[in-house]
Write a protein that binds this ligand. Structure first.
Ligand code: SF4
Ligand code: SF4
Length: 336
């Protein structure tokens, strides 16, 4: 069990008088006194420290649809928790006040795993979601929280930029992932996010292979990742490498952080992305940050009947018998 002062990081090796971190593909080399690119790991003389362990910046009970997760326990609420730091650096990050450690020191409070679980249960929730900033860099804390209360259901909202071994370990305790695919070229990831597309796609494959529920989010940014070619290739990749049943959310960009010069995504563009997804054979494609009549509903891909209707966070399960369409009996992959 963790020492609350200094918790040793997992996944690192010694390198002369310093360390190489093995948690994410950046593989930071750190000398004593240095912090990793994520800001969440610090090299001390005697060990690499999980510096953000237990440091909580944000807590809220909110709908699971907000993650977004549409095929995981519809109409549930979850106890959502965030820390500070991120291992990539999106120029449009909406949570930059907590994700960018360099952007002023965000106040945090220390909550032990037992305290956090106690708060979650006190709120009457059995789903805990690690979200807001990147949860992968909170690996040790998340594992200790789940060890404290293994009956909790774990949701991770992640950028997917994590190495295989820690990701597989998280899969063994997680119930659902929402993973961002932020664009579909390495050029986009390098220029806008300081990350790598190939690593993220591999992570999505691992979660899918491990049999953990997965939904993908693609934030559509005008002129940067919204071409028919990029969106089409992304959808084909989901269809061919994962499964046409993996839910995909195309969400609307709002100007933020270092990208206030880029306009909000036109609604038509987001709706067109949804059409492209359906044309490419994806069965469950949704839009986000847009209020539409039908863009958030789940339709049976066999008979076309609405099985779940959503308007904002109003959710109405209208056509499901267990996990079957109540009209035609087709299996709809929604965990209830
Ligand atoms: S988790 Fe942080 S310290 Fe480790 S390699 Fe990634 S960015 Fe570097
Ligand atoms: S991955 Fe998420 S939290 Fe991290 S910088 Fe990008 S948008 Fe912000």
């Amino acid at each position: 069990m963790a020492n609350t002062d200094r918790v040793e990081a997992r996944f690192y090796t010694r390198d002369g008088d310093g360390y190489v971190c093995g948690l994410c593909p950046h593989a930071c080399r750190l000398k004593p006194g240095q912090y990793g690119r994520c800001g969440s790991r610090r090299a001390d003389e005697d060990m690499l420290v999980a510096y953000s362990y237990g440091k909580v910046s944000s807590m809220c009970v909110d709908p699971v649809e907000k993650k977004p997760l549409f095929h995981y326990r519809p109409h549930s609420r979850c106890f959502s928790v965030g820390s500070v730091g991120c291992n990539i650096r999106c120029r449009h990050c909406q949570n930059y006040s907590i994700s960018m450690m360099s952007y002023g020191k965000k106040r945090t409070t220390y909550e032990s795993p037992r305290e956090l679980v106690g708060m979650c249960r006190h709120e009457g929730q059995d789903i805990i979601a690690f979200t807001y900033n990147e949860p992968g860099i909170w690996f040790e804390y998340i594992m200790d929280v789940m060890a404290e209360d293994p009956d909790l259901h774990l949701v991770l909202v992640t950028n997917g930029f994590l190495n295989e071994e820690p990701l597989r370990q998280l899969c063994h305790v997680a119930d659902a992932f929402n993973m961002d695919v932020k664009g579909f070229t390495e050029e986009f990831y390098g220029r806008i996010c300081d990350g790598h597309l190939a690593d993220v796609l591999r992570s999505a494959e691992i979660v899918h292979e491990e049999g953990v529920h997965l939904e993908l989010t693609y934030l559509v940014i005008p002129g940067l990742n919204d071409s028919e070619d990029d969106v089409g290739r992304f959808c084909e990749w989901v269809r061919d490498t994962l499964d046409p049943d993996v839910p995909v959310h195309f969400t609307r960009f709002h100007p933020d952080y270092e990208m206030t010069d880029v306009p909000m995504t036109p609604v038509d563009t987001v709706m067109r992305c949804r059409e492209i997804g359906m044309e490419r054979g994806l069965n469950y494609v949704y839009v986000g940050n847009v209020l539409t009549e039908d863009g958030d509903n789940t339709y049976c891909p066999e008979c076309g009947e609405a099985v779940v209707k959503r308007l904002g966070y109003l959710v109405n399960v209208v056509g499901l018998d267990g996990d079957r369409c109540s009209n035609c009996g087709h299996r709809i992959p929604i965990i209830r």
